[in-house]
Design a protein around this ligand. Sequence first.
Ligand code: AMP
Length: 516
Amino acid sequence: MNLARILARSARTFPERPALLVGAKCVLTYAALAARAARLAGYLRQNLGLAPGDRVAIYMGNSPEYLESLFGVLWAGLAVVPVNAKLHPREVAWIVHNAEARLVCVSPELAGGLAAALEEGGPTVPLLMPGDGHYLRAVSALAIPVQERAQEDLAWLFYTSGTTGQPKGVMLSHRNLQAMTACFFMDVDPVAPGDAVVYAAPLSHGAGLYSFPYVVRGCRHVIPESGGFDPDELISLSRKPGRLALFAAPTMVRRLVDRVKQSGADPAGFQTIIYGGGPMYGDDIQEALDVMGPRFVQIYGQGESPMTITALSRGLLADRTDPAWAQRAASVGVAQTLVDVRIVDREGRTLPNDEVGEVVVRGDTVMSGYWRNPEASAAALRDGWLWTGDMGCMDSHGFVTLKDRSKDLIISGGSNIYPREVEEVLITHPAVREVSVIGRRDADWGEVVVAFVVLDPAAGGVGQDELDRHCLERIARFKRPKEYRFVDTLPKNNYGKVLKTALRDMLEADTSPREV
Ligand code: AMP
């Protein structure tokens, strides 16, 4: 079944319900949203001649056209490739070419940079820009019915940051996204029709994936006027459409809670705040519950099993009379209903309770593999289980606590940054002889990027500003190091491999002022 049928069904059942809002203002009802998606689908298939399974990338900030394009593409039987709007155009061009996307839906302000990057890196790909004449023709074309798709067909190609410097396309099928949606209702939030969901986090990731359950229930989808995360705007929106739900990274939750506390605002308009995507520290969730009450649910997932590995329910988080509360609040909860989760050793043997190993998961949410990358697929999917790369343990009641990531992923402000990607950019600077990048814990961002750099003495020396400029020209702004440490050598093991643990120890031990 094509997942887009959920929109067709809601439009038939509740045609006049508001579907899309910008701030508190309704811009499309369910009937109108479905009609535009059906016409856009008709345009893609009939006018542009795209074939079932073809990929269409979406490179846009949060906007009403985002959801329209997402559903239009799915409706047409095509696969969406949502790309983080914060990525550098060159990074986006790489993804568009790798996915062999036939079209890119792009916000007008991002189109110029992307067009130039696409030309540099390979064949040009047509762009469709909301607001221009071409787009108006697209949403006025002849509508087509939701196109048939098999459960296993590709629906969403989700690009992760790659450990080897290149992102990998996680292939998510209609079945994967349906199972994720079912788990949402069972383990995260039942959702009432009066709820509104607000998109403060990018629609290209978790927030967009979680639009589906809210379409199923015919809820309102609110795009903040700012297009992103602004705590004051969210507080004001919680008074208008009411019963507001949102998915947020832990850093956003912290900022929202701080603002509610400072302003003394009534949190009653927030129905559910779902957090995940990175670690939430124990003190922070405690403070969040103190300030805003029992409105929180935690999820743990990854692109490869989207939003669906474990969940920590509202009830468990709220029940502070339970003697195990503190430990449970620091966990990521229990396996979601439709997945099996185990903690295993390197050979895949289940470990006893409380022993740390790798988290593995199986079920209908698990990807079929990485796009055109059989090696990476074989490494991640073994004997029917997805190896998450996350280390953790499980207690006797099934609560999973994450300890560390086996990969060296840095999560800063809810965005994933792979150190290797940053290292590969820095090392291209002629004055940089060696570099190693790690994350340092940070109260505001969760983690910040720190680069240890060995300069080539012959190159005449460069400073932080020069390296910063070098990064800005090549990778997304949020990935560049916030701090540089210029060192004579990097600590290495006998095989010449840099010891990141030693670098972390250096940062922990060092309380002297830093060059930032
Ligand atoms: P992504 O594939 O971009 O969604 O990143 C997934 C990774 O984020 C996971 O493999 C975990 O390392 C981390 N992560 C996701 N949810 C949580 C959570 N609730 N607590 C701690 N880390 C998390």
